[in-house]
Design a protein around this ligand. Structure first.
Ligand SMILES: Nc1ncnc2c1ncn2[C@@H]1O[C@H](COP(=O)(O)OP(=O)(O)OP(=O)(O)O)[C@@H](O)[C@H]1O
Ligand SMILES: [Mg+2]
Length: 404
């Protein structure tokens, strides 16, 4: 079942009559600024529709003022929708009374804010206990849960300190621990990492990804940063002037931008952070080390115009490589098998690794890199091709011969 479903949800900020005028004007495709000028009402979110699956990380992106915060606040009805329906676990929260709503908010959702949102006069532990406290959980139980959450975040030794005594990254970890202590199904994260400097931010992203492996929460994650979105999100929704203009995986959006706006939005991305090894690898030239001898190796190298062949066994498992010089030597000696000439110092990488993360391996290595999936050789990564791939314009990923 869908964890979250939102159906034709709009939020227009303004007074009654103006809202209706504004809605008419949106339907006539008038721009957000024009509508504001004419009616004094602001389009917060217009006609949003999407579903989020359980365990999914759903990223909302867009420029400042595009409606991201409004959209998440509609999900827990911190903001009341002007129209439309919002379902959490199939229950229509737009129809709930106050008490039901409070229960859903306390038990199912937690929010993590950009500026940490910690109480300065409370210790780290007391901050972490906060959500449990307002749920009326007993002192002992909430202490246990809060300490466990802090322990998971590596912050237990700091439990008696005050937020001002911690670094920004640590404060944000407390914010995250506080949200998780509640054990919510849904985590709403509004620019949670934006205030952090880049390295700490990357750590927090890694930490969130690690935690998510274990917890499998449903996460709505707002960010301005496309690279962050691509790293964290299972799917990304891109907003402009209150409307969702595209939803898809990072790969889908990069490959097929819905319109020029999306395309220009994406131009900022550093391609190395997006491309994976699979996008840049080429077909490997290989021999079967169990069967093929020097003659076959030399013939293959001649035919393919290479001075090295990769070696696999009959299961296509990667074993190493053979150089032309060695094959020649083996041939002169009348050897029929190349096992003694097998070289094993070729680095291996997985196809789904980001190119960014292997650039240093590529530049340090004397040989190309073997691309290996579950021990089987699936491709080879050659420095020149990688550079070429990185410099290709946004016209989509270079397609090389696929490897079976
Ligand atoms: N309480 C409010 N009253 C009136 N207008 C509002 C209110 N809250 C938001 N808006 C308007 O709704 C639009 C969307 O705002 P929102 O805060 O959702 O943007 P955002 O995408 O989160 O931006 P940012 O990246 O700067 O946080 C903006 O034009 C904003 O002016
Ligand atoms: Mg915002």
């Amino acid at each position: 079942m869908d964890k979250i479903k939102i159906e034709n949800v709009s939020k227009i900020f303004g007074s009654g009559r103006h809202i209706n005028q504004a809605l008419k004007l949106v339907e006539q495709n008038k721009s957000k600024t024009e509508i504001l000028k004419q009616t004094g009402a602001t389009i917060g979110v217009y006609n949003a529709n999407f579903t989020v699956k359980e365990g999914e990380v759903f990223v909302i992106m867009g420029l400042s003022g595009s409606g991201k915060s409004t959209l998440v606040r509609l999900l827990n009805r911190l903001i009341e929708p002007t129209s439309g329906n919002i379902y959490i676990d199939g229950e229509n929260i737009s129809k709930m009374n106050k008490q039901q709503l409070i229960k859903v908010r306390r038990e199912k959702m937690s929010m993590v804010f950009q500026n940490f949102g910690l109480f300065p006069q409370r210790t780290v532990l007391a901050n972490t206990e906060y959500g449990l406290e307002i749920r009326g959980i007993s002192k002992e139980e909430r202490r246990l849960k809060a300490e466990k959450a802090l322990d998971n975040a590596g912050l237990l030794p700091y439990k008696d300190q005050y937020p001002s005594q911690l670094s920004g990254g640590m404060q944000q970890r407390v914010g995250l621990a506080r949200a998780l202590a509640n054990d919510p199904d849904i985590l709403l994260m509004d620019e949670a990492f934006s205030a952090l400097d880049p390295l700490i931010r990357k750590d927090m992203q890694d930490e969130l990804l690690d935690l998510q492996q274990k917890m499998k929460k449903t996460i709505i994650f707002i960010t301005h940063d496309l690279n962050e979105a691509l790293r964290i999100g299972d799917r990304i929704a891109l907003m402009k002037d209150g409307e969702i203009i595209q939803i898809g995986t990072g790969e889908e959006i990069l490959t097929n931008p819905a319109n020029d706006y999306v395309r220009s939005f994406l131009e900022d991305v550093d391609r190395s952070k997006v491309l994976t090894v699979e996008n840049a690898m080429i077909r490997p030239i290989s021999i079967n080390i169990d069967i093929d001898g020097p003659k076959v190796a030399l013939q293959t190298m001649r035919e393919e115009e290479v001075s090295v062949v990769l070696a696999v066994n009959k299961m296509r498992e990667f074993k190493g490589y053979i150089t032309a010089d060695d094959a020649l030597e083996a041939s002169k000696r009348g050897e029929s098998n190349l096992s003694n000439y097998l070289r094993t110092d070729m680095p291996t990488v997985q196809p789904d690794t980001f190119i960014q993360d292997v650039l240093s391996v590529i530049s340090d290595s004397k040989t190309p890199l073997a691309v290996v999936r579950e021990q089987k050789l699936v491709g080879v990564l050659i420095r020149g091709v990688v550079i070429e791939t990185l410099s290709t314009s946004n016209e989509g990923v270079t397609e090389h011969e696929s490897v079976s």
